[in-house]
Write a protein that binds this ligand. Sequence first.
Ligand SMILES: O=C(O)CCC(=O)C1=CC=C[C@@H](O)[C@@H]1C(=O)O
Ligand SMILES: [Mg+2]
Length: 331
Amino acid sequence: MSYSAAEVSVTDILATAHVVDLPLNTRFRGLLRREALVFEGPRGWSEFSPFVEYEPAEARTWLDAAIDFAYGPEPELLRTEIPVNATVPAVAAEAVPAVLARFPGCTTAKVKVAERGQTLAEDVARVAAVRSVLGPAGNIRVDANGGWSVAEAELALAALAPYELEYAEQPCATVSELSELRTRILGLGVRIAADESVRKAEDPLAVARAGAADLLVIKAQPLGGIARARDIVAAAGLPVVVSSALDTSIGLSMGARLAASLPEISFACGLGTAALLAADVTDHPLLPRDGAIHTGRIAVNPDLLTRYAAAPERRDWWFERVRACVAVAEQ
Ligand SMILES: O=C(O)CCC(=O)C1=CC=C[C@@H](O)[C@@H]1C(=O)O
Ligand SMILES: [Mg+2]
């Protein structure tokens, strides 16, 4: 059971809330800065950080997740360390070694591909550079964020398959495209993971039911929190990769605790993204060490909340956003 946005008052949430504006150290998802609202509840610090373009109807589940993490029941944790992957933004191939160096001990890398304005040749060069740093024993997955048509995906994955892919994440946008692609590339040996088809879908289980993916990417904030994400994992019956939403270390700890509560994690999790931030809200960011992060709660340094405080108008915007999400929940 989880706490829905309607059950805790806005006053409670905003009483301890801070809005931070953190710099990234490389452009990721078109962003150079990441804003997040963080607040404290009886269980510890929590985070509400839907991307700014999301409307309240979509951001609402992120608020449910944040409230659940601050006030809700703690799941039983089965492990204290979670193996994580390196996340490689759509950088030039020459920049790959420096990016990977931020993820010490990570033997799996997720590489962004199909970035708008870039070519397949750039994707191939980036993946080749990752393979040459990781060596033959490393695992490489690519994430196209739905950027390819079925035909483009078929072509691109054929070009990338020689570098040995662990899986391709959201190669196409829709469930029916994923389904078709999956049939078309059977001979290639590349698995398909669904991300947006889970976290942005009306029904997060539809992709599993359609048999359109081999595994699911599970993100705690968009799916409404740890308890709801656990239910989705149990119902889907597919292997999962728990990933971040480019959160601060607080949101990452929500993901880490979700991963720690699952009966099985057979893939490195996409929870190493504190390494993409140039600042955080804690003196002990959840940076990968020996290829893993820990599953403890995060101690916030109030000085960092002050140093990285968002401008007053942005703070007001986030506070209003919380109110708008609660209003949607109460409709
Ligand atoms: O999975 C990872 O390695 C890190 C998380 C990550 O890639 C993402 C986080 C947030 C937004 C997304 O564009 C992106 C993703 O699509 O998976
Ligand atoms: Mg993804």
